[in-house]
Ligand binder design. Sequence first.
Ligand code: S5P
Length: 262
Amino acid sequence: MASSSLDYLERSKRISSPVAKELLQIMVEKQSNLSVAADVKTKQELLELADQVGPYICLLKTHIDVILDFDADLVDQLTKLAEKHRFMIFEDRKFADIGNTVRMQYGAGIYRIASWSHFTNCHIIPGEGIIQGLKEVGAPLGRGLLLLAEMSTVDSLANTPQYTAKNVELALKHSDFVAGFIASRRLTDESDFIYMTPGVGLDAKGDALGQQYRSPTQIITHNRSDIIIVGRAIYGPGKDPVVEAQRYQRAGWEAYLARLSS
Ligand code: S5P
């Protein structure tokens, strides 16, 4: 049976990646396939947002390098909030350099991403070495990598069949570290991976810089992705993050239930 027809619980028992396993378990417990993309600029804003939306999400996605006043205490506090509300953390670093360089960027520097983020992601533009470099750092810590097999923007160069297929090939080859994909749809049934999709919104259709939004129904029910990643639609101007997080949690979960019964 194709893994996308199985429910999250059944997949959590079978999937090989330990972080994907834990994430699927959290999704079932909280009835949430919502990840909030917390693109805010200060430590206080990030911690407040994580505390507000924490009960409704399975995963918090960060861009830690936009935080003006980043310090080690932010990571400690984020980790405590993740335990309090039971969500995982995904630093959306989008590594794109040669293996030797990403190894340093992932494990060292100011952010020491591998020490606190359960998931991170990369482009495969440099070839297999980027996965090997990240794996040397992340695998011993039990971390998981997501490959950016597609992007949500209108003219993304990643959305070509050959490039996307190469992502699948490398994921299958490194399935001991690659937990899944950033993509708009399920890409293979050969092995189970977790699929996360940004560019999701119920109201706007896009932004002024090429972003495109699709509905949770399109992404989860029809495209068989697993997690919706929602940013500005939750905390943008005039939004109440708690109300919107609840709304997207509901929409994402209903789309998942519709997939199971289709
Ligand atoms: O293809 C992509 C991949 C990513 S990870 N398109 C994206 O938009 N993202 C990220 O998802 C992006 O960096 C941002 O953090 C989030 C979308 O934010 P929103 O405010 O447009 O929902």
